[in-house]
Every structure is written in structure tokens, then in C-alpha cells.
Design a protein around this ligand. Structure first.
Ligand code: GTP
Length: 596
């Protein structure tokens, strides 16, 4: 295909602002999917995505579009919408010359969208701003057009108004994509360089790798090479999605399509890597490649110890499709055999856990998520700690913790509450800008550990749901962090060890000892429950005479959750774990580790 008739674009939008609906409408209007075949949200393939209404894996679709008598090929690249997948978003953006900035006309721009917009602007991409859901009675197009025009430095009249639902304005948008976006440029005679922007495991075909060709050409049946590792593969198939996979005679400059090499594991075909011809390899890769880096760790244990091999198999299978998932076996006194699993963020953790439970029918206990610490002891060596119970004892010279650059967008009346929250989470303010008279962008530097648990929930409740949050990894800092251990009759219960800031250690110790006092049944002897920093006891409780109901603590809350707890409790009744001489029902661990 002649690059002059190609346009590559993606859609930057906040969750629920209507990206999938708009994409579906485009597929219909361009005739690649007939209305009859149209199942809602064609692009969201995985069931779990559909269930949660979020897009995790990106894909590309090629659509024909005619303007002024010329037939164009539009490649729409889907971008994941959630903060955990920033790197994948950045690669999707890098595959495009332009982006549609899609904003719900009843909501205005949100923090993640803003972050992705900045990323696109840094990459010198052409931005087409669009207000969506213009059919809604609550739409306020003038207000939000003013906000967007201020951000982009364009005129409010230049912002298209569309409705993905009714189809209004969508044809005009496709015309604008052709007119405004530059055609891709590259050297057709150079050795091939194609960037991998997505890589998806398919049970029948193995890994399907989505690429954007920058220079040269990739042809069917040739041998290709991954530039980050030098590994070579025979191409079994090359083609474009329109939207079903359609083999082609190869992909040239500016084209977007897929490669199938018989690879079985997405880690062999890594997002961000450059693919070149083996016979005539390029000298320099395209750059921007990063290994996925797990940011949050949690221990995952089967409730039924005999499920351990099944859990390992399930993790092996999930990893085929998820290069960012890492895990190593670990054992816990309290929980038995399990795995320490690394995730990109909390959503990634939740999705993985849900998939393990739903698709593999496993019942799991997970320990409280923690971040990665670098700890320097007397030997002056930094060691990496991904499990709080392995945080070294004894003299500690330095502890480094990961930091994030957080951006919060909210109506201005909440500025005070937001600052208070960020301050209480050890945040350092970095700046504040007014997007409009009413809405503010607030920037903080925050410890990742302080935002991974409940930060977003608290932020939402303090701002009546109006604030949105985006964060990205941003260095580390040395902090006064300590490990708090929980002891039952003097024995450490590893699953409850936590690393916290020294100022928050007492609160954690009190909370945990009180929880356990209520959860652990009376024994033949008195059982002291203590929280300790090293050998110093900071909180203490003793087990009471009458065992309380595990559910007594779950005031209100949702019924299905209680029912689930009850079921687990029944199943766990017979399962007692010994911590020293103390018999602890497994349910006590489950309840104590559940976040509420
Ligand atoms: P994620 O896949 O979670 O990122 O969401 P999305 O941005 O793809 O949003 P989606 O297309 O699923 O739309 C979210 C909700 O908004 C759905 O309930 C849609 O029916 C609704 N919606 C989307 N576009 C329009 C529109 O133009 N008008 C109206 N009234 N509703 C819309």
C-alpha cells in the first residue's frame, strides 16, 4: 500500500467516555462489520473485559474510507484505558501519527486522558479533539470545549461534536482523520523496522504479534528477528485485521498488521520491541523498549493446599498472555505453599485474581499488596525486598521506596480536601493549574505504597466521585520505613508482616492485633498477640474468653460478600493452622487479610 493513503490513529479516552461505542460505529460506517454481525463492542474480546467494561489489550483494525474520490486505509489502534497499562498505551501511541481525543461532553476530561494527551503531545502527534455523547441531555459541550481548547490551544469551534450512540458526526470525524493526520513516512528500501505495539496469545494460533512498520517491508514466509534479544522466527502468516485476520502479501512503510510465528509465549514477542528482517537486519532498533516492571506484589495462596499445582498451572497459562505477570514460589507459616506474584498495579492484581478464580476455579487467599523496597544493611549492599516478611532485621542504613508522579483533576472546591489527603499520604506538592474556572489539575509526588491500597477510594469519597487520578512511576526516595511483625505467643506470623512508615507503625500494629484478637478462638491458655518493630513491642492484645463471630465486624456491607465469607468459613472450619502452639482457623487469616 502507498503510504500516502494510510492514516494511523488511536483514540485517547477515559473509561466509559465511549471509545468502544465510537469504534464500533466506525467499523459499521466503513463497512468492515455489517450491522447484522455487529455485536456490541467488537473490539473488547475477552469476557472479563466485557464484564468489567474496560479494555485491557489493544488491537488494530484496518478500515477503508473514501474522501474526494480517493480510497484511504485507516488503521485504528485500540489503546488500553487504565493507569496500570501506561507502557502499553505509550507503545500504541507510538504506532500512530495522530490521536482522537475523545471526551464525554457530560463529564469533561479526566486525569488519565490528560496524561495520555500530554504523552501524545510530547510525541508530536496530531490531536483531533472530539466531544462525545452529544445526544445526552446533560451534555455541556460549550463548557468542555472551552476547557479542551485551552489545553490544546485551539478554537472551541474546531472541536467536533459527535455521538457514538446515534452515529451523529462520526462520518465527519472519519473525514477529519484523513484530512488532518499526516501520512506515515519511512524508507521503503531500508531494512525492515517494525514496532510491536501488542502481542496476544491465541489458543489456536499461538502468539499474534501486532506491528507497525516504520521502514522497509516484511514479507510472508521470511525469517524475522527480534532486535532486543536477537531471537529469530519463521513467519507463518502476515496480515491485517479488518477486523478478522486477513493474510496479505506483506506489510510496508506505515502499515499496521499482525505476524504469526508459532511463538507460544508473549514474552518472546515483547511490546515495544523492534522486528527486522533476518536476512538484512536493521542496525538500530526503534527505541523506547522497556521490560515490563512489576510495581506491586502480593502472596497468592490456595485456600485448599492441594490446589497448589493447579495454581501453578494457572499462573503458567496466564503468563502466556501477560508478559508483565511474574511469580516465584514462596511458603508461609500461616498460609502454606503459594506464590509471590508481581503486578503492574492494583487493577492488574484484581484482574489476575479474578481470572484465576473464574477461569481456573481456584479459591485463593492473597496477602496485602506491597511495593518493592531496596534495603541497605550494614554490609552497604542494597537488596531488593518484595515480601515484607523478608525485610531484613537488625541494623538498617537506608530504605528506598518507589515514588509516583500523581495527577488529580477535580472541581476547585475540593482542592483543600485533596491536599489534606495527599499530605497525609506523605505527598509533596508539585504544582497546580486551572483547566477552567471550575476545574483544577493538582500534581503530587507520592510514595507508591501510599496510593496502592485505598487512595483512590478515599479520593473519590472526599470529592463526591468527581476527582480522577493518574499516576506514573517517578523515581524513589529514602524514607524512614520499618517492618512491623505480628506475633502470636511470641511466634511471628509471616503473612501479617508489613512495611510502613515509622509514624504509621503504631496504627498498623493496633489495627492488626485488635483484628486478630477478635478472630482467633480461645485456646487452652492465654495467647498474647503483639505487634513489634524488631524486638520492641508496640501493641499488645490478649485473646478473650469468648470467641466472637467472624462476621461481627462486617457491619452492613454487601450480602454476597458475607455469604462468600460464610462459605469459606465452613470450608475452612476443619482447616487449622498451627502457629507455634496456637491453633488458628484458616478463616481468621482470610478475614484478617481481607481489606475491609
Ligand atoms: P472502556 O471500554 O471501559 O474504556 O469504555 P469505553 O470508553 O469504551 O465506553 P463504552 O463505549 O463502553 O461506553 C460507555 C457507556 O457510555 C456505555 O453505557 C455506552 O452505551 C454509553 N455511550 C457511549 N457512547 C455514547 C453516546 O454517544 N451517547 C450516549 N448517550 N451514550 C453513550
Amino acid at each position: 500500500t502507498d503510504p500516502a493513503i494510510i492514516r494511523n490513529f488511536c483514540i485517547i479516552a477515559h473509561i466509559d467516555h465511549g471509545k468502544s461505542t465510537l469504534a464500533d460505529r466506525m467499523l459499521q460506517l466503513t463497512g468492515v462489520v455489517s450491522s447484522r454481525d455487529m455485536k456490541a463492542q467488537y473490539l473488547d474480546r475477552m469476557d472479563i473485559e466485557r464484564e468489567r467494561g474496560i479494555t485491557i489489550k489493544s488491537q488494530a483494525v484496518r478500515m477503508p474510507w473514501e474522501l474526494d474520490g480517493v480510497s484511504y486505509a485507516l488503521n485504528m489502534i485500540d489503546t488500553p484505558g487504565h493507569v496500570d497499562f501506561t507502557y502499553e498505551v505509550s507503545r500504541s501511541l507510538a504506532a500512530c501519527e495522530g490521536a482522537i481525543l475523545l471526551v464525554d461532553a457530560a463529564q469533561g476530561i479526566e486525569a488519565q486522558t490528560l496524561a495520555n494527551l500530554y504523552l501524545a503531545m510530547e510525541n508530536d502527534m496530531t490531536i483531533i479533539p472530539v466531544l462525545n455523547k452529544i445526544d445526552l441531555p446533560s451534555a455541556q459541550p460549550e463548557k468542555y470545549a472551552a476547557e479542551i481548547s485551552k489545553l490544546l490551544g485551539c478554537e472551541p469551534e474546531d472541536i467536533l461534536q459527535v455521538s457514538g450512540k446515534t452515529g451523529m458526526g462520526v462520518e465527519a470525524l472519519l473525514d477529519k482523520v484523513v484530512r488532518d493526520l499526516p501520512a506515515p513516512v519511512g524508507d521503503p528500501d531500508a531494512p525492515a523496522r517494525a514496532m510491536i505495539f501488542d502481542s496476544v496469545y491465541d489458543t489456536y494460533r499461538g502468539v499474534v504479534t501486532y506491528v507497525r512498520v516504520v521502514d522497509g517491508k516484511i514479507s510472508p514466509r521470511e525469517k524475522v528477528q527480534m532486535m532486543s534479544t536477537g531471537t529469530t522466527y519463521d513467519l507463518l502468516e502476515i496480515g491485517v485485521s479488518s477486523p478478522e485476520p486477513t493474510p496479505t502479501k506483506g506489510l510496508g512503510v506505515g502499515e499496521v498488521g499482525y505476524l504469526i510465528t508459532g511463538v507460544k509465549d508473549v514474552r518472546q514477542s515483547k511490546v515495544g520491541d523492534t522486528v527486522t528482517n533476518f536476512a538484512k537486519p536493521a542496525e538500530k532498533s526503534l527505541g523506547g523498549y522497556q521490560d515490563p516492571k512489576p510495581m506491586v506484589f502480593s502472596g497468592l495462596y490456595p485456600i485448599d493446599g492441594s490446589d497448589y499445582p493447579a495454581l501453578r498451572d494457572a499462573l503458567d497459562k496466564l503468563q502466556l498472555n501477560d508478559a508483565a505477570l511474574t511469580y516465584v514460589p514462596e511458603t508461609s507459616v500461616a498460609l502454606g505453599f503459594g506464590f509471590r506474584v508481581g503486578f503492574l498495579g492494583l487493577l492488574h492484581l484484581e484482574i489476575t485474581r479474578e481470572r484465576l478464580e473464574a477461569e481456573f476455579n481456584l479459591d485463593l487467599i492473597s496477602t496485602a499488596p506491597n511495593v518493592v523496597y531496596e534495603v541497605m544493611t550494614d554490609d552497604r549492599k542494597l537488596r531488593t525486598v518484595t515480601n515484607p516478611s523478608e525485610f531484613p532485621d537488625g541494623k538498617i542504613l537506608e530504605v528506598h521506596e518507589p515514588m509516583v508522579a500523581g495527577t488529580i483533576l477535580a472541581p476547585h472546591e475540593f482542592v483543600g480536601a485533596i491536599m489534606e489527603l495527599c499530605q497525609s499520604r506523605r505527598g509533596v506538592m508539585r504544582g497546580m493549574d486551572y483547566l477552567s474556572e471550575e476545574r483544577v489539575e493538582i500534581r503530587y509526588w507520592l510514595p507508591l505504597a501510599e496510593i496502592v491500597f485505598d487512595f483512590f477510594d478515599v479520593l473519590k469519597s472526599k470529592t463526591r466521585g468527581y476527582a480522577s487520578l493518574d499516576w506514573k512511576a517517578d523515581g524513589e526516595q529514602i524514607s524512614d520505613l520499618v517492618k512491623v511483625d505480628i506475633l502470636l505467643q511470641g511466634e511471628q506470623v509471616d503473612a501479617f508482616s508489613a512495611v510502613t512508615h515509622r509514624d504509621k507503625a503504631y496504627a498498623y500494629g493496633n489495627m492488626m492485633t485488635q483484628k486478630l484478637r477478635e478472630l482467633i478462638p480461645r485456646q487452652q491458655f492465654e495467647v498474647p498477640i503483639q505487634a513489634a518493630i524488631g524486638s520492641r513491642i508496640i501493641a499488645r492484645e490478649s485473646i478473650r474468653a469468648i470467641r466472637k463471630d467472624v462476621l461481627a465486624k462486617c457491619y452492613g456491607g454487601d450480602i454476597s460478600r458475607k455469604r462468600k465469607l460464610l462459605e469459606k468459613q465452613k470450608a475452612g472450619k476443619k482447616r487449622m493452622k498451627m502457629v507455634g502452639r496456637v491453633e488458628v482457623p484458616q478463616e481468621a487469616f482470610i478475614v484478617a487479610l481481607s481489606s475491609d
